[in-house]
Design a protein around this ligand. Structure first.
Ligand SMILES: [Cu+2]
Length: 263
C-alpha cells in the first residue's frame, strides 16, 4: 500500500486539529465568519520550501511569499517569510497575527514546529510532517494522492472524457487494497455541458461496504448512496476551470473528484 495513504490515526488527529481550530475561531469556516482583513499581494520572494505539501488531511502550498492551507472545510491563506530554519506566517484571513515556526527539510519532506503562534489552534494544524504532493496532471498515476487546482486532494483512480456524452457512470467506493475514491476521479467535459451522472456504490470482491455520498455544493447537490445502490444526478460543467465534488463522509480520506473543462 502506498505509504502516503493517510492512516486512520493521522486522519483522526487531523479532524481533531481542524475542529479545535474551527472552535477557536468561532465556527467551522472561520474565513467566512470573520470580518477578515484583505490579504496583501504576495511579496514575490521565492523560498527553499516553495511547493505543495500534504499532511494526510490538508494541502499546504507555499508559493513566492504566500501560504495557503486547504483542509476539508478550512481555508487559510496569508503571507510567509522564510529564512534559514525559521518562517513567519502573517496576514492570515481569519487571524492576521504573525506566527513563527521552525522548519526542516528531509529530502522533500517538510517538518514544521511552532515556536510562537498567537492564533488559536493553528499550530495544531501546522505542526508535524508534510510530504510532497503532486498537482493533478497528465502523468498522474492511479493510486496516487493528488492536489486539485483548488487545493482539495483526492485519491486518483482515472479520468474519463465525457465531452461527447449525455450520460456517464461513476463509482464511489472503498477498496480493501487501499483507497477511498471516485472512479473515474476526473470527468472532462465541454464548457457549460450538462451531464446525467449515474453514481454507483457497488458491491463486490475487494470492496468495503459503506454509505457514500455525492456532494457538489455549487449546484446544490448532496445525495447519499447506500451500498449496492445507485442514484442519478444532473451536473453542469463550469464555463472554464474545474469544480470539485466529494463524498461528504469521506472527503478527508481523498474521496473527491473533479469536473473539469479541457483547456
Ligand atoms: Cu464515502
Amino acid at each position: 500500500m502506498d505509504d502516503r495513504r493517510p492512516s486512520i490515526t493521522r486522519i483522526g488527529s487531523g479532524i481533531v486539529a481542524i475542529l479545535l481550530f474551527a472552535v477557536a475561531c468561532g465556527g467551522p469556516q472561520p474565513a467566512a465568519t470573520t470580518g477578515s482583513p484583505e490579504v496583501p499581494a504576495p511579496t514575490g520572494v521565492p523560498s527553499p520550501i516553495d511547493g505543495l505539501f500534504f499532511s494526510g488531511h490538508s494541502v499546504l502550498r507555499v508559493d513566492t511569499g504566500r501560504w495557503t492551507l486547504q483542509g476539508q472545510t478550512l481555508l487559510l491563506d496569508g503571507l510567509i517569510e522564510v529564512d534559514e530554519g525559521r518562517l513567519v506566517l502573517s496576514k492570515e484571513t481569519s487571524c492576521a497575527e504573525a506566527g513563527t515556526y521552525a522548519w526542516t527539510l528531509a529530502g522533500e519532506a517538510l517538518t514544521l514546529q511552532a515556536e510562537e503562534d498567537p492564533c488559536p489552534g493553528r499550530n495544531v494544524i501546522l505542526d508535524g510532517s508534510w510530504e510532497p504532493i503532486e498537482p493533478l496532471g497528465g502523468d498522474t498515476k492511479t493510486g496516487e494522492y493528488v492536489a486539485f487546482p483548488d487545493l482539495h486532494f483526492a485519491f486518483y483512480r482515472g479520468e474519463f472524457d465525457v465531452s461527447a456524452e449525455q450520460s456517464a457512470e461513476i463509482d464511489v467506493t472503498i477498496s480493501e487494497a487501499g483507497g477511498w475514491f471516485f472512479s473515474p476521479t476526473v470527468l472532462t467535459g465541454s464548457p457549460g455541458q450538462q451531464l446525467e451522472l449515474k453514481v454507483r456504490n457497488p458491491k463486490g470482491a475487494d470492496i468495503v461496504l459503506f454509505l457514500h455520498n455525492f456532494s457538489l455544493p455549487d449546484q446544490d447537490i448532496d445525495v447519499d448512496i447506500e451500498p449496492g445502490e445507485q442514484t442519478t444526478v444532473n451536473v453542469v460543467f463550469p464555463a472554464s476551470g474545474s469544480l470539485t465534488f466529494f463524498c461528504r463522509y469521506h472527503a478527508e480520506h481523498g474521496q473527491a473528484g473533479l469536473l473539469t473543462v479541457a483547456s
